[in-house]
Design a protein around this ligand. Structure first.
Ligand code: SF4
Ligand code: MSK
Length: 647
């Protein structure tokens, strides 16, 4: 496999060559060595009970059953469902941690934290039926945190944020029996029904996967996003830089990596403290301390505080291989176990901080809410002290670093397009109705060494914007766009004439960075706002929109993809579901779900073909809405105005 087959990013290619020279193995070599097991790939390997494990030939699935009699359909449905359950639990536990932090903050027990977005606190509290009149901020925040906690443990009823969806969508959920009751309840339900000898109906199992995923998108993830905004501030457009070139030769380099924004927020504040900067200079780092991020923790500190992004998922090993990182601080999710091995070749301190995520033999400094700043100072001090151990002969920082603008929350889209005093989605809807913007596509998800890093993301996004489709991105897809320069207003030059005109008028990029993985909930909210604004149908499934996970790899991506489909958004994937050995599941996922949710999955491994299919889908939606023709502008005179009907 040549370097170009591994990644399209020149910075990554340079560091991969360095790794080869230094004998350091990376994810790509391990992927090359790993022979894919066809049964696992097809979803027809079952190890749910120990009468097995059982495997069914994906090329002749009807010919055989598991020892218990399970069909390929049952086995594949259960395997996929368990991915959705795990993905939902990860996002939702993240949400739970934020809820807990808000509660402690409201009790004055989180050093250095306070409610930073008061108007959002009022808004969300209102949605939970909390009386906000004549009450202290912390009192409201406390009640909101308690009500949010209840969303996890609720046994009956339905999640509060489902009320945000258009009425028609809520009816679909109700009638198809997929309204999530409580977040934890749905994860437990799905694990139970996929245990040995329970639910054997692949359709029923998949509908339960849908319900569980909705508990993620409209529950755990949405709580994570909204309460993070309340606690840490709602993102607004902010300038920064991305790629390995953001590391600095003469500074103590600290990288935060993972997903949760709590400890990283404290570290981000501590690295600005004059005493810490002075300490770093005394240690020989003439430029002080340089903080950057990876994966979604990177997105969090980028969009709220403007710290640069060192890269996306497949950059995590490469960042250490630059030889210039004093500490990589990790919290939860998407951090590869290989980091410990890679760090052992260099001076980098790998520091785990979550009691849920430890590595054998790796330094662990547990994050404690009450001592957040103190712990952040301890970690930063360790990094500073490690600067002297840097081996200059092993340092190579590639020059590649790209400017970017990040932080487009759905509130920002409101203000950017509608103005501060008339904030609304009207201008976006109008631009879509008039055809300047043909539609909106969310490109989200990971890197996966099955695909040259970033290649699918970038090719697809460039093709879509060229066809006047606005792209909204999160997670590692956003990281890919950042490195490729697509998060800059100047990238509008690559857009079609209509989208370019809108971007230039407003000064926004044609690809918007909407945040971390949990912030896909922002895209759901934006879809609801578009429906509410009017003119584009009565339901999310009417909108000319689509979701794409081109290079997905994580169970969380499966949960996200499922809740988008269940919410009425067609989802395109560039890596297939592990269900191809099950004819029943293939038909259900890629055809029949449409009859229930007005949306389904689409698999297409070729980016240009995928772009064509997405454009076709958007054009069909536009046709159905009757907005294929440009509306004729009419200048009304007084006589015509008098004729207008008054309601
Ligand atoms: Fe085999 Fe059935 Fe047990 Fe799965 S549940 S391992 S198919 S016997
Ligand atoms: S970090 S889930 S690799 S997007 Fe959110 Fe990136 Fe995928 Fe992790």
């Amino acid at each position: 496999m040549g370097l170009e087959d591994k990644t399209i990013d020149p910075a990554a290619q340079k560091i991969l060559s360095k790794a080869q020279k230094e004998g350091v193995q990376t994810v790509w070599e391990r992927k090359e060595e790993m022979k894919v097991c066809a049964f696992g790939d097809a979803g027809t390997c079952c190890r749910i009970c120990w009468m097995g494990p059982c495997r069914i030939n994906p090329k002749a699935p009807e010919e055989k059953r598991g020892v218990c009699g399970a069909t390929a359909d049952t086995i594949a449905a259960r395997n996929l469902a368990r991915m959705v359950a795990a993905g939902t639990s990860a996002h939702s536990d993240h949400g739970r941690h934020i809820v807990h932090a808000l509660k402690l903050t409201s009790e004055g027990r989180m050093a250095g934290y306070e409610v930073r977005d008061i108007s959002k606190l009022y808004r969300v509290a209102g949605e939970f039926g909390i009386d906000t009149r004549d009450r202290e901020i912390n009192e409201i925040a406390h009640e909101l945190a308690e009500k949010a906690e209840e969303e996890f443990g609720k046994q009956e009823g339905r999640l509060t944020f489902l009320n945000r969806a258009p009425k028609k969508r809520q009816k679909i959920w109700h009638e198809s029996g997929v309204e999530p009751r409580g977040i934890d309840r749905e994860v437990v339900d799905l694990l139970h029904r996929t245990a040995m000898g329970v639910d054997h109906d692949h359709v029923d199992i998949t509908l339960s996967s849908m319900r569980t995923s909705l508990a993620d998108g409209w529950g755990g993830s949405m709580l994570a996003t909204e309460l993070s905004d309340i606690l840490l501030s709602t993102p607004y457009p902010i300038r920064s830089k991305a790629n390995l070139g953001v590391l600095e030769e003469n500074a103590v380099n600290i990288i935060v990596h993972g997903h949760e924004p709590l400890l990283s927020d404290s570290i981000a504040r501590v690295v600005r403290e004059p005493e810490m900067i002075e300490k770093a200079k005394q240690a020989g780092a003439t430029e002080g301390i340089n903080l950057s991020g990876l994966c979604c923790t990177g997105n969090e500190v980028l969009m709220r505080q403007g710290y640069p992004l060192a890269g996306n998922h497949l950059h995590q090993e490469l960042a250490i291989i630059t030889g210039a990182v004093e500490a990589m601080v990790i919290d939860v999710q998407c951090q590869m176990p290989s980091l410990a091995q890679v760090a052992s070749y260099y001076h980098t301190h790998l520091i785990t901080t979550s009691p849920q995520a430890k590595f054998p033999g790796v330094m662990h400094i547990a994050f404690e809410h009450e001592k957040a700043l103190e712990i952040a100072r301890k970690i930063v001090t360790l990094a500073i002290e490690n600067f002297k151990n840097r081996d200059k002969s092993k340092v190579h920082i590639p020059e590649e670093k790209m400017d970017l603008v990040a932080g487009f929350s759905h509130e920002t889209i409101n203000y950017m397009l509608g103005g501060r005093f008339r904030a609304s989605y009207r201008p976006l809807n109008d631009a879509i109705i008039w055809g300047r913007i043909k539609g909106v596509v969310g490109i989200v998800g990971c890197n996966n060494p099955r695909i040259p890093q970033d290649s699918f993301h970038v090719t697809l996004a460039e093709e879509l914007i060229k066809n006047d489709i606005l792209v909204v991105s999160t997670g590692c897809a956003a990281g890919a766009f950042a490195k490729a320069g697509l998060l800059l207003p100047e990238a509008a030059e690559k857009a079609g004439p209509g989208l370019r005109e809108v971007c230039e008028a407003v000064g926004m990029p044609p690809v918007l960075h909407a945040g971390a993985c949990v912030d896909n909930s922002r895209i759901l909210v934006a879809c609801c706002e578009m429906v509410r604004e009017g003119g584009l149908g009565n339901d999310i499934s009417d909108l000319p929109v689509a979701g794409v996970a081109p290079e997905w790899m994580s169970e969380k991506a499966e949960a996200i993809a499922h809740y988008f489909v269940a919410s009425g958004v067609n989802v395109f994937i560039g890596v297939p579901h592990p269900t191809w050995g099950s004819p029943g599941m293939e038909k259900l996922l890629y055809e029949d779900l449409e009859n229930i949710f007005g949306a389904r999955f689409h698999y297409e491994p070729e980016p240009y073909l995928m772009a064509t299919k997405i454009i076709d889908l958007i054009n069909k939606k536009r046709e159905k809405l009757g907005i294929t023709e440009k509306p004729v502008r009419v200048l009304y005179d007084m006589a015509m105005r008098r004729e207008l009907p008054v309601e």
